[in-house]
Design a protein around this ligand. Structure first.
Ligand SMILES: Nc1ncnc2c1ncn2[C@@H]1O[C@H](COP(=O)(O)OP(=O)(O)O)[C@@H](O)[C@H]1O
Ligand code: SF4
Ligand SMILES: [Mg+2]
Length: 333
């Protein structure tokens, strides 16, 4: 396994109370070399803080604990800042939602790309420049040599995201974390960027964590899927199993809230799916008792409101869901 996470918990110290706020709860997953994992969930479900925890980038107010959090055999929870420098931006790279805020508007693309490359790779200036051109052409930027002289504001959103991807993969990272990489882009460009990430994943045998709030988007690209809600994994398994036979009402509702056909060659969610999910993800200091989804769930019973709901594991394909009244497979065929 390239990445192994077992029972990851994130707490934030807060001036609201003496007890820290429990933001992410008992999150476990693993990722093989070359695999793409999709992570989906509405805003506020804890997707970004989980990734930031794995990159050692959470603020000091965060308390991160886990039974295991290993990347390539290295324990991520006990790294010194010096050791992080060998991993972050080198073996694990991250791209974010808005490339324009991640790029410095006052520095040319060449300057920013060269800086990243020369920080991590021991290359001469000429070799680093050649690598910049090679990378821009790999991510599909036309006339890469000329483009290097551009400034971020001269690029479209899609082109800027391609530059971010070029920077992220410049060191041939083993893992790319793409946190909502296309949310700021229009639909056509969104597909181009995701196709590019998929191509690079296959070409470099890179692992990818693709985070999005759009189940339809992720389902076309990732082999496995993890659905998060209010800081917990509520369902995980193969993408195919989850989107053809969702067991958790939240996954089911996410499928139902997508208009139109879901995924090419994968069966459309049933007509019984909810048209949209009413209500919002609870704030971490206002969590309901019992199942976190209970205030919004159409299948709720008094039992759901009594105690935290454990994950149920179904083999052989390692399907997990956190619900005591899972949707029957027959009901959603
Ligand atoms: N630095 C922080 N201090 C306290 N709480 C935080 C901090 N960062 C994030 N949170 C809490 O974690 C929640 C989940 O954040 P996030 O991971 O960004 O969600 P997502 O990426 O799924 O939209 C936020 O809604 C916020 O309540
Ligand atoms: S445990 Fe109950 S409230 Fe929670 S998702 Fe399942 S049916 Fe809905
Ligand atoms: Mg986020």
């Amino acid at each position: 396994m390239l990445l192994e996470v077992k029972n990851l918990n994130i707490h934030f110290k807060s001036d609201r109370s003496d007890t820290p706020i429990h933001a992410v709860r008992d999150l476990s997953f693993s990722l093989k070399q070359g695999e793409m994992l999709g992570v989906v969930g509405e805003s506020g479900s804890g997707k970004s803080i989980t990734n930031l925890a794995l990159m050692g980038l959470l603020p000091d107010s965060a308390i991160v604990t886990a039974e295991t959090a290993k990347f390539n055999g290295v324990d991520l929870l006990n790294l010194k800042e010096r050791q992080w420098l060998n991993i972050r931006g080198r073996e694990v790279a991250m791209i974010f939602q808005d490339p324009m805020t991640a790029l410095n508007p006052f520095l040319s693309i060449q300057y920013q790309l060269m800086e990243t490359i020369q920080t991590h790779l021991k290359l001469s200036k000429k070799d680093a420049l050649d690598r910049c051109i090679e990378l821009l052409s790999l991510v599909g930027i036309p006339s890469p040599k000329d483009r290097l002289k551009s400034y971020p504001f001269e690029l479209s959103g899609g082109m800027a995201q391609r530059v971010m991807i070029a920077m992220a993969i410049s060191t041939n990272p083993k893992l790319l974390i793409a946190d909502e990489p296309t949310t700021a882009l229009d639909v056509t460009i969104q597909k181009q960027i995701l196709d590019l990430i998929k191509m690079l994943q296959e070409k470099n045998n890179m692992s990818v964590i693709l985070v999005t709030h759009d189940l339809g988007v992720v389902s076309q690209y990732s082999e496995n899927l993890q659905v998060m809600y209010a800081g917990e994994v509520v369902e995980s398994g193969t993408t195919y199993d989850l989107i053809t036979h969702p067991r958790h009402p939240y996954t089911h509702a996410l499928l139902g809230s997508r208009p139109g056909a879901l995924v090419d060659n994968i069966r459309r969610a049933p007509k019984t799916a909810l048209p949209s999910i009413s209500g919002i993800v609870p704030a971490f200091h206002q969590r309901p008792i019992g199942c976190q989804f209970n205030p919004r769930c159409e299948f709720v019973t008094p039992e759901c409101k009594q105690a935290p709901i454990p994950l149920t594991l179904v083999e052989p394909r390692h399907r997990e869901y956190r619900c005591i009244h899972p949707i029957a497979v027959e009901a959603i065929k």
